[in-house]
Ligand binder design. Structure first.
Ligand code: PMP
Ligand code: GLU
Length: 386
């Protein structure tokens, strides 16, 4: 009796594990502040929950097509027309159980064992494991100390085995938004070399100064002739993490292969979540703007608080709700630092090494303002003590 090589080689998501650890401490009555998480605490749009409840009340909650209902796919197509400047049809769209599943299924549809997938460091914790789940090889391209990538480094990493480049902008964990010039260069390289580009846009609308450029707007090619698959979802922008609804928009051939894979792995996503999502996309968007403004104020609070800590190096995030600060001048061992912060100040953060960049800590600022103010005080006390 044994566990497969794959089963033994994949590690649990460190960010999801931290959520559990923080919740367990809270349940024991410890006044822990959780800056390790990745979900806004605002409430889901009323229209979304009302639509979900309305379906539940019919008591007829059935399977849907594997790629999602046509109504939801049309709502996602309309959303895409509004925020990306292209007009897909429902057959360019698949809805999945979260953006996580859309990313995973896209990789499964595009990558064979032994192929290579390029992404930038710092990267979201799941990217290397998703690539390994496909039997493929993660190829990590480093960015500079300000987390800015160089186009030459990305194109130099492309080999005959490269099938996909994955880009996440605004970026988890750094909050950096990659420039239109960089994206244009990556898209041109992908088109020239026959490489797919998966754009993880889950934080697209949570930007503080300038809009994050849409990949589709930076190419002459139409959706079906192009190389871009854009992934997005309701988790962050609508604070609907638990609904588990994300999507991908891309060429029909890719979406159709993804739908076939999804039809065997999970079938369509929860019908209740699909109804709720269609309503969130079509409904009042004021909540997204309120969240964006709140997060911008939180970012400023945290940036100003960290500026008081000698030796901490902060790159001001352009978006998301994460700040990725360099503490290596104070303590190069980020895991030890995160542990001490938890033990001494009861503040949960994620070590940079989980994102491929040791010496850093990721601090989330998506919780309440009072909690964040308290966290800043605790961080300052911790680092003042040395
Ligand atoms: N991509 C990135 C960069 C993320 O941070 C997350 C966070 N959960 C996801 C994708 C997946 O989001 P979800 O599955 O909740 O839609
Ligand atoms: N993406 C979030 C994070 O990085 C949520 C947790 C997860 O899905 O890994 O914290």
């Amino acid at each position: 009796m044994q566990i497969s090589t794959l089963g033994r080689s994949i590690s649990a998501s460190p960010t999801l594990q931290l959520n559990q650890r923080a919740a367990a401490l809270k349940a024991r009555g410890v006044d822990v502040i959780h800056l390790g998480g990745g979900e806004p605490l605002s409430l889901a749009p009323e229209a979304a929950t009302a639509a979900g409840v309305a379906l539940l009340n019919t008591r007829a909650v059935r399977y849907t097509p594997a790629a999602g209902t046509t109504a939801l796919r049309q709502a996602i197509a309309d959303y895409t027309a509004r925020f990306y400047g292209i007009t897909p049809t429902p057959s360019h769209v698949i809805a999945s159980n979260g953006a996580k599943q859309s990313l995973m299924i896209a990789l499964r549809a595009l990558v064979d064992p032994g192929d290579e997938v390029i992404f930038l460091s710092p990267y979201w914790v799941s990217y290397p494991e998703m690539v390994r789940l496909c039997g493929a090889t993660p190829v990590v391209v480093e960015t500079d100390a300000d987390f800015q990538p160089r186009l030459e480094d990305i194109t130099a990493a492309i080999t005959p085995k490269t099938r996909v480049i994955m880009l996440n902008s605004p970026n988890n964990p750094t909050g950096v938004v990659y420039s239109a010039a960089l994206l244009r260069g990556v898209i041109a390289a992908c088109e020239a070399r026959g490489v797919w580009l998966i754009m993880d846009d889950i934080y697209q609308r949570l930007v503080f100064d300038e809009a994050a450029p849409s990949g589709f707007a930076l190419t002459e090619r139409g959706l079906d002739e192009g190389v871009i698959i854009a992934v997005n979802g309701v988790s962050k922008q609508y604070a609907m993490t638990g609904f588990r609804l994300g999507w991908a928009v891309g060429p029909k051939v890719v979406i159709s292969a993804m739908a076939d894979i999804q039809s065997h792995e999970t079938s369509g996503p929860s019908t209740v979540a699909q109804e709720a999502t269609a309503a969130a996309l079509a409904g009042d968007q004021a909540g997204v703007e309120a969240l964006r403004l709140e997060l911008r104020a939180h970012r400023d609070l945290l940036v100003n608080g960290l500026a008081q800590i000698e030796g901490a190096r902060v790159i001001v995030p352009d978006g998301t709700f994460y700040l990725f600060a360099d503490f290596s001048a104070i303590e190069p061992d980020d895991r030890a630092l995160a542990e001490r912060l938890l033990e001494q100040q009861r503040v949960v953060v994620v070590p940079g090494v989980d994102f491929g960049r040791p010496g850093h800590l990721r601090l989330s600022y998506c919780r309440g303002r009072a909690e964040l103010e308290e966290a800043v005080g605790r961080l300052q006390a911790f680092f003042a003590r040395g």
